[in-house]
Write a protein that binds this ligand. Structure first.
Ligand SMILES: Cc1cc2nc3c(=O)[nH]c(=O)nc-3n(C[C@H](O)[C@H](O)[C@H](O)COP(=O)(O)OP(=O)(O)OC[C@H]3O[C@@H](n4cnc5c(N)ncnc54)[C@H](O)[C@@H]3O)c2cc1C
Length: 405
């Protein structure tokens, strides 16, 4: 990256330059991941559908999982840029083992909206790699519209408790998490319905909570998904996270951060597949020459290189806005959606092109087929590509003071 100043169309002045500390984090994250996340281990965890606990703990000991948590609770007290650097480097090394980052993801919601007691109870254990956490918004009947049209999972006050009934599905780490932040309709009469959604912390083992793992699945097998059923589940009223009926707002505010991190992971997967294909194209010979001599291969390499760089710039610009311009809320939301949508597509297209370069040797028994399968989820989780585009369009009309679509 250069240190040239850049003023975007929206008038925000920025510098595309990593600090010395960020450069060092990138180097350390790369060194750690290259050493630990071997192909053999990646394949093993993919085949076993297993969360990579040993790597999660090791990464935590070195401070890689607590990057953006505050030092008070055992984190590194750094920002979104540093979190993105780690996501990119881990995924570049191995897309399956890097799924360990899913274990910490929603701990950020506790740090942002939790009470002092909730923070002290959970965040130090997340930073130490002792526990994983989950967030449950999606339901069998509500995916893209979850929260917006009213949730089927309801929570009502029952004395000093919340009583929860309903079903959540596709919940990442839902069967291994110490606790799940469950999005519930707490005001069924709210208009619009998302103003009646609250987030409630439910710990594993709470009576009435039934969990079943979801298998088989295409990829992302290092991060398990589960269905969670709540049958008169009772938790203390103090398990409310943040404000009552502000849960949907809280998730959306957090998605700006997590979408940037997902974009960084997508850039990493793309970069990992790209580097493998680049090397292979110089080694594999057909028609008495390495396949990188064919113009078709060069075009693929050029497309991959251009798209990865564009996705990376969008991702780090988003992270930079989050760290340095937190007051530019609408702009951040637009950039987070642009970065996630673009990086996800880049990751899918790049792993596809890489597999084509490897051809039969990519399809059979290779890292590339795993990267290809792992990339596909990125255009679905935390809002599909279609939903991201809807957000980008809405915010663009808003910026231009035109009627919203
Ligand atoms: C591996 C995995 C991990 C996940 N992890 C979690 C998790 O941890 N927590 C959680 O709460 N959820 C999680 N999810 C759920 C995920 O967020 C949803 O799958 C996603 O939001 C889409 O919902 P859906 O699958 O029901 O698709 P639907 O909403 O049914 O969409 C079907 C299609 O219609 C399109 N569509 C829908 N509405 C519109 C619209 N208004 N305009 C244009 N197109 C539209 C969609 O883009 C999609 O192409 C996970 C899912 C998977 C597969």
């Amino acid at each position: 990256m250069t240190s040239a100043e850049y003023v975007g169309n929206e008038g925000v002045k920025m510098r595309f330059e990593f600090t010395e500390e960020q450069t060092e984090i990138k180097r350390a994250a790369r060194e750690f991941a290259e050493k630990e996340f071997t192909s053999e281990k990646g394949r093993e965890y993919d085949e076993k559908y297993e969360f990579p606990w040993p790597f999660y703990r090791k990464a935590a000991q070195l401070g890689f999982t607590g990057t953006s948590f505050s030092e008070k609770y055992g984190g590194q007290g750094l920002g979104c840029i540093e979190a993105c650097i780690v996501c990119e480097e881990f995924n570049r090394a191995d897309s399956t083992i890097a799924a360990l980052l899913a274990g910490i993801g929603f701990g950020g919601l506790i740090e942002k909206f939790g009470t002092e007691e909730q923070k002290e109870k959970y965040i130090p254990r997340i930073c130490k790699g002792e526990i994983a956490c989950a967030m449950a918004l999606t339901e069998p009947g509500h995916g893209s519209d979850a929260g917006l049209v009213g949730l089927d999972t309801k929570a009502v006050k029952d004395g000093d408790n919340w009583k929860i009934n309903g079903t959540k599905t596709f919940i990442t780490c839902g069967d291994i998490a110490e606790f799940t932040i469950v999005c519930c309709q707490t005001d069924p009469n709210a208009s619009p319905p998302h103003r009646g959604v609250s987030q409630i912390i439910v710990e594993k083992g709470t009576p009435g909570l039934d969990i079943s793992a979801l298998k088989p699945k295409m990829g992302f097998r290092g991060a398990p998904q589960a269905e969670q059923s709540f049958n008169d589940v009772k938790v203390p009223v103090s398990n409310l996270l943040g404000q009552e009926n502000r849960g949907f707002h809280q998730i959306m505010a957090y998605f700006d951060f997590s979408r940037a991190a997902i974009a960084a992971g997508a850039v990493g997967i793309a970069q990992g597949a790209f580097e493998r294909a680049l090397k292979y194209s110089t080694e594999r010979e057909q028609f008495f020459q390495p396949v990188h001599r064919f113009q078709f291969t060069q075009w693929k390499i050029a497309e991959m290189a251009m798209n990865i760089e564009a996705a990376r710039l969008l991702t780090y610009k988003t992270a930079w806005l989050i760290d340095y311009k937190p007051d530019k809320q609408k702009l951040i939301t637009k950039f987070a959606s642009m970065a996630k949508a673009y990086a996800a597509k880049t990751s899918i297209a790049t792993t596809d092109a890489a597999l084509q370069i490897f051809a039969g040797y990519g399809y059979v028994d290779s890292d590339i087929e795993r990267f290809y399968r792992d990339a596909r989820i990125l255009d679905i989780i935390e809002g599909t590509g279609e939903i991201q585009r809807y957000i980008v369009a809405r915010e663009t009309y808003r910026e231009m003071n035109l009627p919203l679509p």
